[in-house]
Write a protein that binds this ligand. Structure first.
Ligand code: NAP
Length: 286
């Protein structure tokens, strides 16, 4: 398992094909979520590649996330069972709490109670591992102080203009693997405005790309790997899917990593206030 490709697009009919192409191109991790409403199509793609002998189920690493409308321990098992049914799987490899925030505004939300439910489904072997997403150090500490199982993963936004280095360092000090979402930051079109300029033509990226005979997008993904995180790019384009995994014949120097770190502007693509959420849900047709 190297890294993942995930999709949350309104064009779901493209999704099954893109997931199949991704797996045929060498991707082994697929990241989805109940909230993306695409687990069915991902399940169809997995069935396709495993039934054709392209990969076995065991060679894949399937991640999904708890639905946002679950706010307590009791809700976790039925939510995972529902996801497994859509994915047409007996187990997932990683199950994540999507956010510490009560994004669905449900009464009596408590992610600590939710985490107890995550521990339950891990013990039932319905998931090989459990983790969190969008958790800060305070949220993580609350889990650590009150739980049996340490999250194996924290999936957070990381890209050259949002390097998120403090929380990466904190997670890594606890052996919590960081999955880097939105790896291309504002270098690709987004539904929200930003006052920062971020582009694949950035001279820092272009210089490094030319040195290794790669593209700036590959340099960005390699940068995230060289930070010891796992980038999870999303693409429905055959050429870009293949480019996004062609990353393992070069490695950045510490100096190159530092120069990309300097592009940081501390500006996130994904904010989780109700207004931003509405824009993203609309954009992705959810
Ligand atoms: N846990 C969370 O709360 C959370 C939040 C946000 C995202 N995520 C996960 O992270 C994944 C990635 O984040 P994201 O959706 O923001 O995606 P991203 O990978 O940063 O950006 C996707 C966009 O980049 C384009 N693209 C892909 N590869 C490219 C390349 N090599 N060169 C130029 N453009 C390229 C894609 O277009 P084409 O399809 O046309 O190639 C698409 O428009 C999501 O799918 C999701 O699973 C998780």
């Amino acid at each position: 398992m190297l890294f993942s490709i995930e999709f949350e697009t309104q064009e779901l009919y493209l999704l099954k094909t893109a997931v199949i192409q991704a797996i045929e191109s060498g991707f082994r991790q697929i990241d989805t979520a109940a909230a993306y409403k695409n687990e069915d199509q991902i399940g169809d793609a997995i069935l396709d590649v495993t039934s054709r002998g392209i990969v076995t189920r065991e060679e894949l690493w399937i991640t999904t996330k708890l639905n946002l409308d679950v706010g307590n321990r009791e809700g976790v098992l039925p939510a995972l069972q529902e996801s497994l049914k859509k994915l047409k799987l007996d187990y997932v490899d990683l199950y994540l709490v999507h956010s510490p925030e009560n994004l669905a505004l449900i009464p009596e939300y408590d992610y600590l109670s939710v985490w107890k439910g995550m521990e339950d489904v891990k013990k039932l072997n319905l998931t090989r591992s459990i983790g969190v997403s969008n958790f800060n150090s305070t949220d993580i500490n609350r889990i650590l102080a009150n739980s049996e199982i340490v999250p194996s993963v924290n999936e957070i936004e990381v890209n050259p203009t949002y390097t998120n280095s403090e929380i990466i360092a904190y997670c890594q000090s606890l052996n919590i693997t960081v999955l880097s979402y939105a790896p291309f930051g504002f270098m690709v079109p987004r539904p929200i405005e930003s006052n920062i300029t971020s582009t694949f033509e950035d001279p820092v990226l272009v210089r490094i790309a030319q040195k290794y005979g790669k593209t700036s997008s590959q340099v960005v993904l390699r940068y995230l790997i060289d930070l010891n995180t796992i980038p999870i790019p999303r693409s429905i384009n055959t050429q870009r899917i293949q480019s996004n995994i062609d990353l393992f014949d070069f490695r950045l120097t510490q100096e190159e990593i530092s120069s990309i770190n300097e592009l940081n502007r501390d500006v996130k693509v994904y904010n989780f206030d109700q207004e931003s959420l509405a824009i993203f849900f609309d954009y992705f047709g959810l």
